[in-house]
Write a protein that binds this ligand. Sequence first.
Ligand code: NAP
Length: 286
Amino acid sequence: MPATILDGRTLAAELRLEIAGRSAALRARGIAPRLVVAIAGEDAASIAYVQSLSREGDKVGVDVTVDAVDATAGTTNVRALLERLGADAAVHGIILQQPLPRHLDIRRIADAMPPDKDVDGANPLNGGRLAFGSGTEFIPATPAAVMLLLERSSRWPLTGVRACMVGRSNVVGLPVTLLLMRENATLTVTHGRTVDLRRHTLEAEVLVVATGVPGLIRGDMVMPGATVIDVGTTFVDGKLVGDVAYAEVAAVAGEITPVPGGVGPVTNVALMRNVVLAAERLSGSA
Ligand code: NAP
């Protein structure tokens, strides 16, 4: 039997209803939730990304604007931009568009983002809060989307479930690892230096893949009936593809997210949810 599709578009539509309601309640109190995308050097990709965020914001009542510095701006200037946005009471959420120009290092900049407006969890302080499960963190949007999709899967709750995370980046693999542990999954984390990846993926009841290597996960690497979440997004010959060889894996897995239409649509909504949460916290209603 082919795998059940975990449909990100349907989930995103459901989540929007809840977020739009919370946003409307804020607006009734005179608070307009606002996300600012800080950009160092605008290019076509970042403009397209901001447009997609802006469309998402329109659907849930979050204003999305851009504040840009020149592509040649130094670390001090980008930090100053983030500090200025941090001090602006009309701004509730800030994200710093990545990748940054080559001469800038996110590790020397992200801590300039005030933690209470850092809606995609880039400030290391929010990373620490996430690791400690303090409840005061913002769960970064893509890891949040992975967990929201898993919540809708037949594997939920994850207590005792064997999971494998493929990829360990600070933006996806590491936070997903922390969240899976928080849900009491028993976990293997794999990465580019892992020897015999298949041995690990084959044991996983829940397999989350975030590598940016198109088609890395083949059908013979997946346990029959497994739940597979594909975070990867790469353009190959003008077409968006995931890290999972979809047709092969869908023939083996029990549940699978498509690319496009899986993690991606939920990610943008999860980001807006964090902006609304930030506005609620900053205004004392959460
Ligand atoms: P990244 O920073 O490049 O990290 C990739 C990770 O994959 C690294 O940990 C790397 O290992 C590991 N890896 C690479 N080749 C591997 C292999 N052959 N076997 C096992 N692990 C391997 O990428 P990222 O930012 O995490 O993003 C991953 C993918 O998700 C990309 O396609 C990106 O576009 C996509 N993405 C999608 C969304 C969304 O909303 N849908 C959001 C964010 C990212 P090492 O650590 O050893 O190098």
